[in-house]
Design a protein around this ligand. Sequence first.
Ligand code: BG6
Length: 472
Amino acid sequence: MHDSLLLFGATGDLAQRYLFPSLLHLLRDRLLPDEFRVIAIARSEHDDASFRDWLRERLGDDYDTSLVDELLRRIQYVPVDLGDADAMAASLSRFADRPAVSYLSTPPNLFASACRGLKAAGLLEAPSRLVLEKPIGHDLASAQEIDATLKSALDESRIFRIDHYLGKAPVQNLLALRLGNTLLEATWERRWIESVDIIVAETAGVDGREGYYADYGALRDMVQNHMLQLLALIAMEPPAAMDTDSIRDEKRKVLRALRPMTAADAAADSVRGRYGPGVVDGQAVQGFKHGGHEDVETFVGLRAWIDNWRWAGVPFRLVTGKRMPSRTTEVVVTFKPVTHWLFGPGERKRARANQLRVRLQPEETIELGLMGSLAASEWAANELQPMSLDLAMLPPKRRIAYERLMIDALKGDQTLFVRDDEVEAAWRWIDSVSAAWREAGTPVRDYPAGSWGPAEAQPFLPRTLTTHNGRK
Ligand code: BG6
């Protein structure tokens, strides 16, 4: 296990909110190596002491003081301008004394120059590793350009592309559920499944990240990575083994089978929205400040088609939005109706398709919607009604997905990281969507914060979402 972490973007939002707290949790649980050290790197002119004070304040009072002290003792701070490869090499080469994991928690436009600086500093020599935050590029061409620079410095086996959704225990549970149960494994295909919904709804807005969002929008920020990774785990063929490359091979195949969107499909298969002022969690909030970037969505609904034997004709609806009425990440698999209906017309009216609903956030629950007869009367055997088997899972031990991912990067396990060809396949499809939008002039429709998106989004939302989760 490597014990030297160079964290670029150390004063950034992600580092403050998730990366340093993850390290604290790992330290608390004694999962980090004895000699573990963090070289915190950012542009700000701090020294070790002032950075430690700054970080202590950011971490707040939630943690044991001695634990925070221990983490801070292990941190050194180095101010570096990532745009200047020579300066970078000069300030960082002293840390090439041992194998390191360099983690670029920075915007993607800095990846190439940071990589050149790291290489010049000797920090990418084998067995050192490089971790990159998403998004990798802005489209396929820029992702390929970044990749070419990375590959000139180190090989794929030492590149760790983060998609933090893969570090979430409930996301991994999707694989366990579908591959560990005959019931699901046998019915996991077009003959039995009518549709699949993947929803990532957030109550949070874009606050503080308007500049980034204006360039990326929900399509690039959420769909290209998190949602397509969820889709890949749900739709991929069972891998030959649960090893890193067998799983990534299958994910790549399914991403490549996504049917490119055309301008002619855009109206039926997509909807874009942007939140305006409204009320979320009882609080009045402002609308998205697009700063003149009119063509940016904070909500997107897509109908994706996977052109392969398993999924031909099954729509995968992907919906994600900011400033929704409740925070919900869930997957809903709707099965086809029974082949032959034996019960009465009243029953038929009440009939609901079987549905597997796996909620991943904020709490993890699994619901299986069935039809049955609940009535106590001896005459009621034919009185069918919808019922549900509900399972509430215990909260995962590692609440922050980055905890798992940091450990895996230090250990060198790439299973939960995204391979180059998966990133490319995902961009290829995303590029088809943005080209279809451009060509078709797909409008960005306003919706009030605190609603389930624009009216046009209704056909993309499963009924269970709006009925169950409208409440707060
Ligand atoms: C990030 C996106 O990758 O994921 C954010 O950039 C989004 O816009 C976040 O809010 C959602 O992550 P989570 O773990 O809160 O569902």
